[in-house]
Design a protein around this ligand. Structure first.
Ligand code: HEM
Length: 551
């Protein structure tokens, strides 16, 4: 076959100056808007352009003999293009960026891959951030356009009710697949309207209606623990997990996962946890992940979505005897289940279960480590219980010492340890110490660091429930603002009261029924070392020995 060859096209493809200009123009274009989650589109455009250049070169350049030579020519031009693009990005981020005056690790200013290097291999980024704050101070540049701010004075500006900050692009991670949940929607108006509906499911009246379910599951847990109490090592972290998921299924859509009964993790929850694994990485580098989420990461989410659609469809057809959360969220007039309700179901199960389970596991770890604290708590609970063998949710509603124990677990081991992402408004923010945070900066307030700061909580590593009661608040609780395990402001945790009800009920009944210590061979090391931050905490295993109390 005779191919027509023309010079202007191949000259264009071989033109290195043009490649440099295109590299610089691409950088300017990438800086517009938010390319964070467009990795798959950008990658496709590059591949198509490269393909067209190679075929054109092959078809129009009489100097090339065969496709490999054409590939070499377009490959060289692509290398020049990417070198120009990369040089431009690195120079801009390193020398001219609006965040250049903020201190931080040298490499962090160039790429979020630096943070990824801190995440791997143990997924305990929050400890690394703490070290960065020790070295660089309250404000650290942790990425090209990202700051970590560990200063209680900044909380109301970033998270408060009148804050002009919005949720950052992190929240769009799985939007393409499952839409936005109440938690991940970034549109303030959409959030406000949806939150109004959710609030009905979590107001005082609704919470009272959930109490019988909580009591039933609390009794079931203590019963199962009694059955296993003779074992030399009982994996309490598993049982707490079973309990919190069963409750969320039941309170959420009247369908317990039955994990306490089976004594093992439901296959769906296993799948759900697997689908969250990429999240710890997504927190840092989104654009390659947008490719992964559309390929390998998507199947686990899809499995869970198929399940949620089915559960919600079935839930819609029934009228449970007791009210549940989705009774408020499902619109009986809707023909189908809207996409965002799938996301809301996943939100409810994850946000409501993993967080509570993680906090309780840490709390029991602390009670084993600090036997004197356990003893004192038992005395308080015994006094409260009188003759009762089991304390119902309302029996423990007002017990400052018990609350102090839970607050200490939430303070030392926040379930969302790295904090949450916000983006500053275009005009930026001026902190009370007059530091200006430029506009469109991604900011994180690291809870783990804030809540262990001796300026706010003297003797910060000491597990001290009295910090939260009259006994020691004046000396050991110097700035309560820095305690924000549930975040504050319009996006705060809607389930915090329910979480406190669950945690108080389980903790009080556990110390009432048993004495607990680390099992032989256990020293809490696994909890400390194997806990992984995948947005919420995936806590390592904890084995305890329970001794049934005779009372
Ligand atoms: C110890 C237990 C818990 C902790 C530490 C916790 C923590 C948090 C935090 C820090 C946020 C803010 C997330 C963000 O802005 O990105 C949040 C939001 C949320 N939490 Fe919780 N949570 C807990 C339990 C629960 C429970 C039991 C439920 C449900 C029953 C729940 C439902 C939610 C929901 C729906 C949101 C999104 C609220 C919104 O964006 O308006 N959480 N939680």
């Amino acid at each position: 076959m005779n191919i027509v060859r023309s010079t202007p096209w191949d000259e264009l493809i071989r033109n290195k100056s043009l490649a440099v200009v295109l590299g610089l123009v691409s950088h300017v274009l990438l800086m517009q808007g938010e390319p964070d989650h467009q990795g798959h589109i950008i990658f496709s455009v590059w591949m198509v352009a490269f393909g067209i250049a190679t075929v054109t070169e092959y078809a129009t350049d009489s100097r090339v003999n065969g496709i490999f030579q054409a590939l070499a020519v377009s490959g060289l031009t692509a290398t020049v293009y990417f070198a120009a693009l990369l040089t431009s990005i690195l120079l801009y981020r390193g020398l001219f960026h609006r965040l250049r005056k903020f201190p931080g690790p040298f490499l962090a200013r160039f790429s979020k891959f630096y943070s990824l290097s801190l995440v791997l291999p143990d997924c305990q980024y929050y400890f690394q951030v703490e070290k960065l704050h020790e070295k660089y101070g309250d404000i650290v540049r942790t990425g090209p356009r990202e700051l970590s701010i560990a200063n209680a004075d900044a909380i109301s500006l970033i998270h408060g009710p009148t804050s002009r900050c919005t949720k950052g692009s992190w929240y769009d991670n799985s939007k393409a697949i499952e839409g936005s949940s109440l938690h991940t929607t970034r549109d303030k108006r959409d959030h406000k309207e949806r939150r109004k509906i959710w609030e009905r499911a979590f107001n005082a009246k609704s919470l009272r209606e959930y109490e019988p379910r909580l009591n039933r599951h609390g009794r079931a847990l203590i019963e199962r623990l009694r059955e296993h109490a003779a074992e030399p090592a009982l994996r309490i972290s598993n049982w707490i997990n079973f309990y919190s998921f069963d409750i969320m299924g039941d309170v959420g859509f009247s369908r317990s996962f039955g994990m306490m009964e089976k004594g093992k993790e439901d296959i769906l929850i296993e799948q759900l946890h697997k689908s969250m694994a990429p999240v710890s990485l997504l927190t840092h580098v989104y654009w390659p992940m947008s490719l992964l989420m559309r390929t390998v990461g998507v199947e686990d989410i899809m499995v869970f979505m198929r399940w949620t659609s089915q559960v919600l469809r079935e839930r819609k057809k029934t009228q449970p005897k007791e009210n549940d959360v989705f009774g408020w969220l499902i619109d009986p007039n809707d023909e189908d289940i809207p996409l965002h309700l799938n996301a809301d179901t996943r939100l409810l199960v994850v946000a409501g279960s993993d967080t509570t389970a993680a906090t309780l596991t840490w709390l029991f770890y602390e009670l084993c480590k600090n036997l004197d604290v356990q003893k004192r708590l038992r005395k308080v609970v015994d006094d409260l219980a009188g003759e009762k063998a089991f304390l119902e949710v309302e029996d423990v509603a007002n017990c400052p010492h018990l609350e102090g124990v839970i607050n200490e677990a939430l303070r030392l081991h926040p379930a969302v340890p790295s904090g949450v992402q916000r983006e500053t408004p275009p005009e930026g923010l001026v902190l009370p110490n007059h530091v200006h945070i430029p506009g469109n900066t991604l900011v994180w307030m690291p809870m783990h660091t804030l809540q262990r700061n001796p300026a706010y909580f003297p003797d910060p590593l000491k597990f001290m429930p009295e910090r939260w009661t009259d006994e020691a608040s004046s000396t050991h609780l110097l700035d309560k603002r820095a305690f924000m395990p549930f975040i504050t402001g319009p996006y705060n945790c809607i389930g915090q009261k329910l979480a406190m009800m669950e945690m108080k009920s389980v903790t009080a009944n556990l110390v009432r029924a048993f004495e607990m210590r680390f099992a032989d061979g256990e020293n809490g090391e696994s909890v400390e070392q194997d806990t992984k931050d995948v947005f919420t905490l995936n806590v390592g295993k904890l084995d305890v020995k329970l001794t049934l109390r005779s009372a």
